[in-house]
Structure formats: structure tokens, C-alpha cells
Design a protein around this ligand. Structure first.
Ligand code: CTP
Length: 359
């Protein structure tokens, strides 16, 4: 019996017979030559219904265990998978058939070397193997677990039919939330009124006013690794909103506004020396964006400010593109006009080393 035939039987008797149904998983198990992942003296047993010893005192799991774990993981062709513990590399090779990219971490250098040789013999182009302690995850790729993002304007009610608002669309904040989601973070999005639709897979808290946004941020704060305030929060709110619609008279109407609480500055002050969370602010300006952004970084005691000149063509409110300068304590990084999704990724790229520095 050739080795393909042995795998067809293995799938039928050990795997399909026990209820694994996903056709992509079954096909991957028929395709991947398991015997290449076991030591020479174990090759006659490669397709048996059991785990086998490999080098460094480890084992290659029973085929059924590999199949059921893969089915439960349900990798998609657009997924990046992080595997902790390469071992023989057999599970890695199965995942590489089903996902876009697999990063696998192995603590025994000898096992990593052997697995890498098999991957290259099989021509697996979408696998990266690292030697290291997988319990640390992959900090360079997914260094934060939780991020809180605010987006959109706030509306400050004057009476039941009128409000003071601003032109923020929420797109930059939503792009940031989606970029973090793509990197595997748990995202909470505090979203102002009248802004873009809430994305899938993200916990959304809807708010209206600056006061509501303040309360929502403070409530969601515990456990956050990063807070990014992309919302255009009103700086002023009507001093005395009224319950009945204001009717007009012939003379002028004077509206008295009072200051709202600055959410970001409160976060900067209350963090005072603590390691977490990393704080990101935004500064939408019409002149001297970088200098003003840097002043906000200092005044609000935050780690990074994304400054943009909203008068530039294609940048700022109601556009799908943006051009910004990302300001950190030690440098300014100019990000030329590009999609808000790409700008969001550049922001997160610069948040990553700050997490490392503060941890
Ligand atoms: N911000 C906040 N709470 C407020 C106001 C603003 O958290 N009540 C945050 C915004 O989300 C943004 C940053 O602070 O991240 C903007 O800074 P801010 O000084 O408010 O900018 P402007 O409103 O443009 O203020 P200024 O008139 O001082 O330029």
C-alpha cells in the first residue's frame, strides 16, 4: 500500500468514523505525508491510531487529535494562526493548508530544526518557525490583548431638537478599532452619534454626549492595555439644556456653554506613573498641527498623539483617507495621504514599542 492509500484509510477509519466532518480538514489529512514527521524507526507506525515518540522527549499526537483540534479551530483561508509548540511540525503542516499564514514557536531547537527541514522539503511557503517560549505569545505581532477606542463626534443637547455637534465621521477611530481587531486584540469601541456603522466582531458602546463618553470610557477602562481617543469630544456643552423646545423670539439668542471634562487629560492624570494603559490622543488642527499636537502630548501626559491638518485635501473629516503626523515623546513620523485603514496600521506599529517600553 503506498503512503497516500494509507492516509485515505487513516482518514476513513480513525477520523471520519469518529465524526470529524469538515471536508477541508479531511483533505489536508489525506494530503500531508505524516511519515515525514516521525523519526526513521517510527515510520512503519506513522499511520497508526496513536501518538508516537519523537526527539527531545516529545510526541507526535495521534492523527485523530490533530484532526479534531483543527476542526475546532476552524481556520479560514484568510486567517493568521499562531501555534504554540511545533513538536514534529505535523499539525503545523495541516494548518498551513487551511490558513493564510502560520507562525509556530518551539522551545527545543533540535525539534525546530527538524521540523523546518520537513517544511522546506514540502515547499511550505506560508510557515514561519521561531525558537522560543511560546507562553509569551508573539509580542512583536500581538503585544496587546485589549484596546479601548473612541470614535465619532459628541452631541451636546440644547433642547430636545437641537444640539451642538461637530463634523467628525468616526471613520478614523473605526479604522483603528478594525486594525486592532485584525491583530487579534479584544476591542471595545465607544462610538458617538451619527457616525459610521459599528463593525462586526467588536464590542460597541453607543454614547451621545461628552459626559456619556466620559462615563463609558471610565467604565470600560479596567484591564485595557491601550486607550485611543479618536473621538472628537465636545470641549463645551450648553450650561442649561432645557426639556422643552426653545421657541423663537425677535431678539438674538445667547447660548452659554461650559467646559466638558477632558477624558484624555483625566486618563493621563490618573495613570500617573502606572505602566498601563498606553494613551493615544488625536489632534485635528487647521494650522501648526505638529506643534499643537506635541503641546497636547505634554499637556495631557499621553504617549502618542496623531495630529492632522483637516484643511489638507483628502485628510480629516468625512474622507476615507488621511495624512497625519504621529508624535511620540522622542520623534515625529509623517504618514502621507493613504487610506484610514493603512494609517491605523501605522499608528498601531508605533504603539507596539511603547507597550514594550512601559511593561
Ligand atoms: N478629548 C477628550 N475629552 C475632551 C476633549 C478632547 O478626551 N473633552 C481628546 C480627544 O478625543 C482627542 C484630544 O483630546 O484625542 C484632542 O485634544 P483637544 O485639546 O480637545 O483638541 P481640540 O478639541 O482641538 O482642542 P483645542 O481647542 O485646545 O485645540
Amino acid at each position: 500500500m503506498d503512503d497516500r492509500e494509507q492516509r485515505v484509510q487513516m482518514v476513513e477509519r480513525q477520523i471520519a468514523a469518529r465524526g470529524v466532518r469538515d471536508p477541508r480538514v479531511l483533505e489536508a489529512l489525506r494530503d500531508v505525508p505524516r511519515h515525514l514527521f516521525v523519526p526513521e524507526d517510527q515510520k512503519p507506525h506513522a499511520y497508526e491510531d496513536r501518538a508516537l515518540p519523537i526527539a527531545s522527549g516529545q510526541t507526535i499526537s495521534q492523527p485523530y487529535i490533530v484532526a479534531i483540534m483543527t476542526e475546532l479551530l476552524a481556520p479560514d483561508p484568510d486567517h493568521d494562526v499562531l501555534e504554540i509548540g511545533t513538536g514534529s511540525g505535523y499539525q503545523t503542516a495541516i494548518l498551513s493548508r487551511l490558513a493564510k499564514h502560520v507562525v509556530t514557536i518551539e522551545r527545543h531547537p533540535q525539534l525546530a530544526l527538524t521540523a523546518e527541514q520537513v517544511f522546506s522539503a514540502l515547499g511550505l511557503m506560508n510557515v514561519d518557525i521561531r525558537v522560543g517560549d511560546g507562553t509569551e505569545g508573539l509580542p512583536a505581532e500581538a503585544p496587546f490583548d485589549r484596546i479601548l477606542v473612541t470614535a465619532g463626534p459628541t452631541y451636546e443637547d440644547i433642547d430636545p431638537v437641537r444640539y451642538v455637534g461637530n463634523r467628525s465621521s468616526g471613520r478614523m477611530g473605526v479604522a483603528l478599532a478594525e486594525a486592532a481587531r485584525r491583530r487579534g486584540a479584544a476591542v471595545t469601541l465607544v462610538l458617538g452619534p451619527g457616525s459610521v456603522a459599528a463593525p462586526d466582531g467588536i464590542e460597541v458602546v453607543r454614547v451621545r454626549s461628552a459626559a456619556e463618553m466620559h462615563a463609558a470610557v471610565m467604565q470600560a477602562l479596567p484591564g485595557q492595555d491601550v486607550v485611543a481617543m479618536a473621538a472628537a469630544v465636545a470641549d463645551y456643552t450648553p450650561a442649561a439644556p432645557v426639556a422643552q423646545k426653545i421657541t423663537k423670539s425677535d431678539g438674538p439668542l445667547t447660548l452659554t456653554l461650559t467646559r466638558t471634562k477632558d477624558i484624555l487629560a483625566d486618563l493621563g492624570a490618573s495613570r500617573d506613573g502606572a505602566a498601563h494603559p498606553v494613551l493615544v490622543g488625536f489632534a485635528a488642527e487647521t494650522a501648526d498641527a505638529v506643534a499643537r499636537g506635541r503641546r497636547k502630548l505634554d499637556a495631557k501626559r499621553v504617549d502618542l498623539v496623531v495630529a492632522n491638518d483637516v484643511t489638507q485635501p483628502g485628510a480629516g473629516f468625512e474622507h476615507d483617507t488621511n495624512a497625519v503626523t504621529i508624535i511620540t515623546r522622542d520623534r515625529d513620523v509623517a504618514v502621507p495621504l493613504q487610506s484610514k485603514a493603512a494609517v491605523a496600521d501605522r499608528i498601531l506599529d508605533l504603539v507596539v514599542p511603547l507597550l514594550g517600553a512601559r511593561a
